[in-house]
Design a protein around this ligand. Structure first.
Ligand SMILES: [Zn+2]
Length: 332
C-alpha cells in the first residue's frame, strides 16, 4: 500500500501536524476496529519518516534509496515485530533482540522506526520487556504499536504511548472503496455488512465462504428458536467452522433488533437482513434482548482467553433458546 485509505485523512493530518511541530512521540499507539487499515497507515507513516524527500503531504517519495529499501523489505532502520507464527504470541526473545538492535546507532543518519503488530499479541514477559524501552526513549526512534484490542494491552504500556484512534469508516465511503477494489462488486454491500463495516476485512472475505456461513448462522438461530434445531448441535457446527466473526455478527444483529424495538429502524446496520430481524424482534421482549447482549459481550471477551469454546457456544445458544419463551411456556 502506497496511498492512504480515503477514511484516514484526518489521522494523517494529525500525524503530519505532530511531525511538523516536532511533537512526534517516541511511541504511538494506533488503535481501533480490525480490518480498517491501521497497520497500513503505520507502514505509510514509517516510510514517510524514513524517506529522504517526502512530498508536500508528507508521504514517502517512493524513489529514494530509503523508499527502495523499504519496498524490498530490507531497510535496516525499519524493524517489524510480529508473531513468528500466525495466531501465536510475540515473545520476549523478539523484544530482547529489538532492544539489542536499538542499542546500536541507526544505519543511516535519519530515523529508526519500530512497528509492533498486533501489539496485543505480546505475552506478559514481552510486554514487560518493552516497557523498559518505552520508559527510556531514544532520540530519532519512533515505535508504532498497532492493535484492534486496546483493552488487552497493559495500562502501563498504554500510558507510555500517545494514542491515535481509528474508527470504522462512514459506510458510503467504505462501500465506494470496496466497489473500486473488488473485481465483482455485486456482493460489495453484503460483504461490508458481513465484515461489520470494516472494508479491508470485507475485501478479504470476497470469494470465500464467509457470506454463506453468515446466512447459515442466521438460519440456525431462527431454527433453534422455532424448535427445529438443538442448541448443542448448532454449537458443534459453528465450532467446526471456526469462524472468529460468528459472535460479532450475532452481537450486531441483537443491537439491530434493539434498535427496531426502540423504533430506530432507520439506524439498522444489517439492512440486507432487516426484514428477518424485524419479524424476529417482534416476538422477543426488549429486556431479554438487553440481557442476551450482555451475555454475548461477556462471551466475546471470554473467547480471547483459553475458555472451552464449545461450552461457551452451547451456553449462549441455550440462552438464545429461552429468549423467545412464550407466555404459555413461562406459566407451564
Ligand atoms: Zn523516499
Amino acid at each position: 500500500m502506497t496511498n492512504l485509505y480515503p477514511w484516514q485523512t484526518s489521522q494523517w493530518s494529525q500525524f503530519q501536524q505532530r511531525r511538523q511541530n516536532g511533537q512526534l512521540p517516541h511511541a504511538l499507539l494506533l488503535h481501533g476496529p480490525e480490518g480498517i487499515g491501521k497497520e497500513g497507515f503505520a507502514r505509510l507513516a514509517a516510510r514517510a519518516l524514513l524517506c529522504e524527500q517526502p512530498n508536500t503531504e508528507g508521504l514517502a517519495c517512493g524513489q529514494c534509496k530509503s523508499c527502495r529499501l523499504i519496498e524490498a523489505e530490507n531497510h535496516p532502520d525499519f524493524i517489524v515485530i510480529q508473531p513468528e507464527e500466525a495466531s501465536k504470541a510475540i515473545k520476549i526473545d523478539q523484544i530482547r533482540d529489538l532492544i539489542q538492535r536499538m542499542a546500536l546507532s541507526p544505519h543511516f543518519s535519519g530515523n529508526r522506526i519500530v512497528l509492533i503488530t498486533p501489539a496485543e499479541k505480546m505475552n506478559l514477559a514481552a510486554s514487560n520487556g518493552l516497557l523498559k524501552t518505552l520508559e527510556e526513549p531514544q532520540d530519532n526512534t519512533v515505535i508504532f504499536l498497532v492493535t484492534s484490542q486496546n483493552s488487552r494491552l497493559s495500562a502501563t504500556i498504554r500510558s507510555r504511548c500517545q494514542m491515535l484512534r481509528f474508527a470504522l469508516p462512514d459506510s458510503a465511503v467504505a462501500l465506494r472503496w470496496l466497489k473500486d477494489s473488488l473485481e465483482n462488486h455485486s456482493q460489495a454491500e453484503q460483504l461490508l455488512m458481513t465484515a461489520n463495516g470494516a472494508p479491508l476485512l470485507a475485501c478479504q472475505m470476497a470469494g470465500d465462504e464467509t457470506i454463506r456461513f453468515r446466512q447459515q448462522v442466521l438460519k440456525d438461530l431462527m431454527a433453534i428458536s422455532a424448535g427445529n434445531k438443538q442448541a448443542m448441535a448448532v454449537a458443534n457446527e459453528w465450532l467446526k467452522q471456526a469462524h472468529d466473526k460468528t459472535l460479532q455478527w450475532v452481537y450486531h444483529w441483537v443491537c439491530d433488533m434493539i434498535r427496531i424495538k426502540c423504533g430506530d429502524e432507520r439506524f439498522v446496520i444489517n439492512q440486507d437482513i432487516a426484514a428477518q430481524l424485524q419479524s424476529f424482534a417482534q416476538t422477543i421482549d426488549l429486556n431479554r434482548l438487553y440481557q442476551f447482549l450482555d451475555q454475548l459481550s461477556h462471551a466475546i471477551r471470554l473467547r480471547q482467553t483459553s475458555v472451552n469454546e464449545l461450552l461457551l457456544l452451547e451456553g449462549l445458544l441455550l440462552n438464545w433458546t429461552y429468549l423467545k419463551t412464550s407466555k404459555k411456556q413461562e406459566r407451564a
